[in-house]
Design a protein around this ligand. Structure first.
Ligand code: SAM
Length: 284
């Protein structure tokens, strides 16, 4: 019988993948890591029993997390990525020609090393780009000790358990706010709202306390089962979120970036949330 990867999604419900080719499994200093190949989704990375990314659908998550804030902002030179050890987000951010510097702070060096080796299609050489600097550190610790300011901060983290728990705290969001340049934007991985509604609710409460402008936007990522995957958006400048479609289209065309999911039309639509999420975040 073929080996199987099984992930508990919620009480009484799980998702399974056949492991057609087991590539690597290790207990790192921070988490359990497994990389395997599935015949449909390609290479798959799971950490502590939670699917992080697959070759087949990673473009959806990474394009939306990178291009929505970068194109809305319009003049991004410096980006901070917290987490994101697979390198897919770094790849998408570096596709923007105006980017001068990306600092990526990943707590677990093994994730970067093993993804470079076993998931090379994610980073596609991005870690070797001279504009990229990798720091092995806890994102919270880094933010509380850096003097740098960033136009965009992206939290590409695991769910709020273990090492990533702190990345969903008010203390963390306040540290991000301090490290944003004027007009800067924070975008966060905020889980699948239907199954992790509390995660969205709690982050919304923190954003509301700290930031002048905040909201969430969504994307459907097939391997993050349960419906819409939500990204948090927080800024002290309301203008980037209001960028109109014509401007987004001009910036997108000018960038020369070819996408498989992101479009300027989808960009605007992604901020239209279903009522159950609006209720949870206290917006009408
Ligand atoms: N796209 C994925 C998702 O939606 O679940 C996230 C992928 S990425 C592999 C998540 C990374 O966050 C992991 O490599 C993990 O080591 C890193 N991470 C977790 N906690 C962290 C922390 N406190 N500081 C920096 N990186 C952290």
């Amino acid at each position: 019988m073929k080996a199987e990867y099984r992930e508990e999604i919620c009480d009484g419900c799980d998702q399974r993948f056949s492991i057609d080719d087991p590539l690597y499994e290790i207990k790192t200093d921070h988490q359990h890591l497994i990389i395997f190949r599935n015949r449909y989704f390609g290479r798959v990375l799971a950490l502590d029993g939670v699917i992080q990314t697959t070759e087949a659908d990673e473009f959806i998550y990474h394009e939306m997390m990178a291009h929505v804030p970068l194109l809305a902002h319009g003049r991004v030179h410096r980006v901070l990525i917290i987490g994101g050890g697979d390198g897919g987000l770094l790849r998408e951010v570096l596709r923007h020609r105006d980017i001068r510097r990306v600092v990526q702070v990943e707590i677990d060096a093994s994730v970067i090393d093993l993804c470079r080796r076993y998931l090379p299609n994610h980073s596609q050489g991005a870690f070797d780009d001279p504009r990229a600097t990798v720091v092995i550190d806890d994102g919270m610790h880094f933010l509380e000790h850096t003097d740098e300011r960033f136009d965009v901060i992206l939290t590409d983290s695991t769910d709020p358990e273990g090492p990533a728990e702190v990345l969903f705290s008010r203390r963390y969001y306040a540290a991000c706010q301090r490290c944003l340049a004027p007009g800067g934007i924070l975008v966060t991985q905020n889980g699948v709202a239907f199954l992790q509604l509390d995660e969205v609710r709690v982050s919304a409460g923190h954003f509301n306390h700290l930031f002048r402008d905040w909201h969430f936007f969504g994307a459907s990522v097939p391997t993050y089962v349960g419906g819409i995957m939500t990204f948090g958006w927080a800024s002290d400048d309301p203008r980037p979120r209001q960028t109109d479609r014509k401007t987004l289209q001009e910036r997108f065309t000018h960038s020369g970036i070819v996408t498989r999911y992101y479009t300027p039309q989808l960009h605007g639509a992604a901020f239209a949330l279903p009522q159950y999420i609006l209720d949870a975040i206290g917006k009408t």
